[in-house]
Design a protein around this ligand. Sequence first.
Ligand SMILES: [Fe+2]
Length: 282
Amino acid sequence: MAITTRPLSPTLGAEVSGVDMASALDADTAGTLRDLWRRHGLLLFRGQELEEKQLVEFSRNFGSLEIHLRREYLSSENPEVLYVSNMKKEGRPIGILADTEVGWHYDQIYLPRPAVGSLLYAVVIPSDRGATSFADMSAAYEALPGSLKQRIEGRKAVQSYEAFNRSYSVPTSEEQRRKTPDIEHPLVRTHPYTGRKALYICPGMTTRIAGLPEEESSALLAELFAWSTQPRFVYTHSWRLGDALLWDNASTMHRREPFDTNQQRLMKRTTILPDADRAAPF
Ligand SMILES: [Fe+2]
């Protein structure tokens, strides 16, 4: 079946038809999908019926997969799969980020070699469906006024997993804390594959701009966040069962919108790493 695409918004994302994620992809199809992923920043595949193993195998077409440091929320059979859920088993949560609102963030921006992609697959959704929003940080960077571009040129920003966990009251183990000290990355990231530049900051995890006084740093970050979350840079996805969303995590930040937390929700996520020679943000 031929692959076709339909844009999801003026700036970001495409719905891809003609792909059954449960089947192995031939090399040409995998190459086409990698190109589409990088060009559109976000790909939506609808109506998928996937075993975890198939989700993992499909994800491998885009890079090697991360075993997330939240080991308590990994699938026991397929540790490449992280559960994002408010469901419980024997009184214990099976997934991360149960039912709080989750603000804008890049997945794993706090690591030395952050993921370049995440894939979220909707397994159980509430009747209000819930939504996740995505901000195109390349488009936001490119549209910045020249004076703002100049102010951030060559700057680095501090990323903190601790800050994220504190905001959402997510308990962190000693080991998880040890593995995630605060880290500096370039504030403007050059995409490891396309060379496009993007704002590489997010309200959830970026605590300050290195080398600037506290007040100036906070004001500039607030200005950049307000800029990049304007509707013209944002696509909001209302979930359907069987949706799979693959996004470019080097140039797109996302947030979960509120949903009816009296109902169950389960998303299965894989996390895609860049090739070793392109791993560190630059
Ligand atoms: Fe996330």
